[in-house]
Ligand binder design. Structure first.
Ligand SMILES: [Zn+2]
Ligand SMILES: [Zn+2]
Length: 242
């Protein structure tokens, strides 16, 4: 059987050659069309994974056991861990998902979360996966909540339960505030308990907050505060980037 013949047959079966979801570059190997969305090697090399040592609370790298910020003031959440630094391809991928609606990236980014969860939480399956909610107005505008979409990949892959214990009750301004005080004030009252979920479902439970990016930790702290106020026993945070 000639190579050309086989090539033609495959070309008929898979007329589209597989391409990188992010840059559009061709992926070697026709079989990759069967594997679902992928990033090319070049893009993958541009993802800068977070590595140890890191602050044991907020996960900031190249710091002692506790970073300077966490020594000064403690976070409300127990720990925050992320897959990658928020730069390069990780940043591009998150922005393409959020602002260009590239939903093909959801399984790829979701898989990064799975890897991060397993690395830091092992086979713990007690946590309820709680995506950080968007304000309904914002979610309507975007059409989806990226945190929820990637949280669903995580919970499906690891058979974790998903929960929506929180609601975003205030349409926030972007977090460009300088001091921690200002950040805290900006987030005050931004989240509340989701009425459909109820306080009984929060009491005594362990939560894993999922979001795309952790910056100051202010959003995660505000969410954790609401959960603890209603009797949660632990709140950990998992983000794609930080
Ligand atoms: Zn690429
Ligand atoms: Zn820290």
């Amino acid at each position: 059987m000639s190579r050309t013949w086989r090539g033609t047959a495959l070309g008929l079966l898979f007329p589209e050659s597989p391409r990188c979801v992010l840059c559009g570059g061709a992926l070697a190997g026709w079989w990759r069309v069967l594997r679902g969305p992928e990033l090319c090697e070049q893009c993958l090399a541009g993802v800068h994974a977070v590595s140890e040592p890191m602050c044991r609370v907020c996960g900031r790298v190249r710091q002692g056991a506790l970073c300077a910020d966490c020594q000064r003031e403690s976070h409300v959440f127990f720990t925050a861990r992320a897959y990658a630094h928020y730069d390069g391809i990780a940043e591009q991928a998150i922005k393409a998902l959020k602002y260009q609606g590239k939903r093909e990236l959801i399984p790829i980014i979701g898989e990064w979360l799975v890897e991060t969860y397993v690395r830091y939480h092992g086979d713990d399956r007690h946590m309820l996966v709680a995506p950080v909610p968007l304000h309904p107005v914002k979610q309507k505008r975007r059409g989806f909540n990226q945190a929820e979409e990637i949280a669903l990949v995580l919970s499906a892959r690891l058979r974790l339960k998903t929960a929506r214990p929180l609601a975003r009750v205030r349409l926030d301004q972007s977090q460009t505030t300088v001091t921690r005080e200002e950040r805290l004030r900006a987030m005050e009252g931004a989240f509340a308990l989701n009425g459909d979920f109820g306080a009984d479902a929060v009491r005594g439970r362990e939560f894993l907050l999922v979001d795309d990016v952790l910056t100051t930790g202010g959003t995660a702290d505000a969410c954790a505060r609401v959960l603890f106020q209603h009797g949660a026993v632990s709140v950990h945070v998992l983000t794609v980037a930080r």
